[in-house]
Ligand binder design. Structure first.
Ligand code: AMP
Length: 216
């Protein structure tokens, strides 16, 4: 099964992708996580991506497309994958179609998670992330057991620079301008399914599961 998660930042794409990955035993491919790992390891690509990420802007298409093409060659992708945060522009969607065509593959579903600006801002500005293992917390409904310390690896839990309010607002603008057009792009290809992202995590997953299992 090959899936794309679409939706604004903070819609819950990453959380849903993690559950789908576990439930269906397919890799979760998050370009944002790939850039954050590259940055932690101070690779040239990570350092290049940082300047864009800190401002809430998109890393140039050619960098992201190359990264994803390489990742999809891995053996663990043979049975499918769930893409989270890619594609994010029409150029990336076209590049992905070309990569898939080359391998005689196609996407099964594009799951678009609809979420209001208000919800996105509340979720993202309250989100906290472990600086080491990437575990996600929220100041209101899922704080770490000890403030500022990760429950799993005991490293610092921090606010990502791009989760600060000004950057979140910019990320939303970037989403509307550059990523939202993909909704029609995939609607035209008959691949789009729309899910209400205002519900809680387990209800959203139940809706996704209904769609995936109805097709089996
Ligand atoms: P995310 O964790 O998916 O919100 O991604 C964090 C940041 O990484 C984004 O704000 C972008 O700067 C960068 N990024 C992740 N995926 C992409 C992509 N497909 N195209 C361009 N930039 C990306």
């Amino acid at each position: 099964m090959k899936l794309i998660m679409l939706g604004p930042p903070g819609a819950g794409k990453g959380s849903q992708a993690k559950i789908i990955s576990k439930e269906y035993n397919i890799p979760h491919i998050s370009t944002g996580d790939m850039f954050r790992n590259a940055l932690r390891n101070e690779t040239p690509m990570g350092l290049k991506a940082k300047s864009f990420m800190d401002k809430g802007e998109l890393v140039p298409d050619e960098v992201v497309n190359g990264l994803v093409e390489e990742r999809l060659q891995n053996e663990d992708c043979l049975n499918g994958y769930v893409l989270d945060g890619y594609p994010r522009t029409v150029n990336q969607a076209e590049a992905l179609t070309m990569i898939l065509d080359k391998n005689n593959q196609s996407i099964d579903y594009v799951i678009s998670i609809d979420t209001s600006d208000k919800t996105v801002i509340k979720r993202l500005t309250g989100r906290r992330t472990c600086s080491n293992c990437g575990a996600i917390y929220h100041i209101d409904n899922n704080p770490p057991e000890v403030e500022g310390v990760c429950n799993f690896c005991q490293h610092d839990v921090i606010q990502r620079d791009d989760d600060k309010e000004d950057t979140v607002r910019n990320r939303l603008e970037v989403y509307k301008e550059q990523t939202q057009p993909l909704i029609n792009y995939y609607k035209d290809l008959n691949l789009l399914v729309e899910i209400d992202g205002e519900k809680d995590l387990s209800d959203v997953f139940a809706n996704i599961q209904e769609i995936l299992e109805a097709s089996e």
